[in-house]
Design a protein around this ligand. Structure first.
Ligand SMILES: [Zn+2]
Length: 348
């Protein structure tokens, strides 16, 4: 009986952590989700981008330079059928500023153990009954109650945590039952553990945006691995959950990055350019004028205007029947396997 009890607890815990990804068949794409933009830049354009990035020591965000590449084109849609990973984007179109986050007190303390929510006997009984009911249950668990037959979208927020905006985003999502994915910079999370813990508690996905927001295509293998691993360590230390997804700063990559990331790399196919416009109307339009089933939408957690935009975007997506899901939930619902060392920009 003891064995059976532990098996039951295990099943219940598995249910509680359904936000974790279930890996299934990949859509492989390359590029920053802006097809053609990186490859078509002129040297002059690159220079121009490099000169507009923020000064060191600014409290501004790494994102002000991050999506400079994508800024060459308006909102971009879809990324399927692009070149395979490692096929050679050498990062030539990437801005060179390293976009470091500055002025943030250093972070992670000791690794905490994984939080374990109490499971009531009623929940255990319900779980057992559900398991006995049939094999469909495992599918329902893996998709977190998402209906794969209905449209869904993954809202993603980079460069946080930033409680002044992130908590507003979560407040809004909570009203409509939506979930988001937060790609966070490792060196920031130690200062904002409460917010990161809230993300986990409310079913959002905590994901890695490297330790220091370094442009990885400029680094060697060991440095790339360190940026990824330290980012994962910092997030795990803050909230108890180790990320399973990576977003590359700027979306920048080359064959060295792809070979050493060690995680699925999540790009995007709708770029709001919120970091650039800092204008809620434009961010709202960038999403609502283009959004479709399977999109991965890029926004940034650092800007008040983005929080304003989310407060308008989320209710409208809900009205249109979109399920707002995490990246891992969407991959699972679409039957896609997320594999380490591969890039994904949408699940259309
Ligand atoms: Zn970023």
């Amino acid at each position: 009986m003891k064995y059976r009890k532990w098996m039951t607890v295990g099943a219940a815990l598995a249910f509680l952590f359904t936000a974790q990804p279930v890996y299934a068949a990949p859509v492989i794409v390359a590029g920053a989700g802006a097809p053609g933009t990186e490859g078509t830049q002129t040297a002059g354009e690159q220079q121009a981008q490099e000169t507009v990035t923020q000064a060191p020591g600014s409290s501004q965000d790494p994102a002000s330079s991050e999506t400079a590449v994508a800024a060459q084109s308006p909102t971009v849609v879809s990324g399927q059928g692009q070149n395979a990973p490692g096929s050679g984007n050498s990062g030539s179109g990437a801005p060179t500023s390293n976009g470091e986050v500055t002025g943030i007190p250093e972070g992670p303390g000791g690794i905490k153990s994984e939080p374990v929510d109490p499971v009531t006997p009623e929940e255990l009984a319900a779980q057992e009954a559900a398991q006995a009911a049939g094999t469909q249950q495992s599918t329902a668990q893996s998709t977190g109650g998402i209906d794969p037959s209905k449209p869904m979208v993954a809202l993603t927020f980079d460069d946080g945590p930033q409680p002044s905006v992130g908590n507003r985003i979560m407040d809004c999502l909570a009203q409509y039952g939506g979930k988001a994915t937060f790609f966070m910079v490792g060196e920031r999370v130690g200062s904002y553990k409460t917010e990161v813990q809230r993300m986990v508690a409310e079913g959002h996905e905590v994901a890695n945006h490297t330790m220091n927001h370094k442009y990885l295509q400029k680094l060697g293998a060991a440095q790339i691995q360190a940026q990824v691993n330290q980012g994962n360590d910092a997030i795990q230390a803050a909230c108890g959950v180790r990320p399973t997804l990576l977003r590359l700063p700027g979306g920048n990559h080359n064959s060295m990055v792809v070979a050493n990331a060690g995680m699925p790399m999540i790009q995007w196919n709708v770029d709001t350019l919120d970091w650039k416009t800092r204008n809620a109307d434009k961010t709202v339009a960038a999403v609502l004028n283009h959004v479709k089933d399977g999109d991965i939408i890029l926004m940034h957690e650092l800007y008040g205007a983005t929080g304003d935009a989310v407060a308008r975007i989320v209710p409208e997506l809900h009205n249109r029947g979109f399920q707002m899901v995490t990246v891992s939930q969407m991959a699972a619902a679409k039957g896609k396997t997320l594999e380490a060392g591969k890039l994904y920009s949408s699940f259309n």
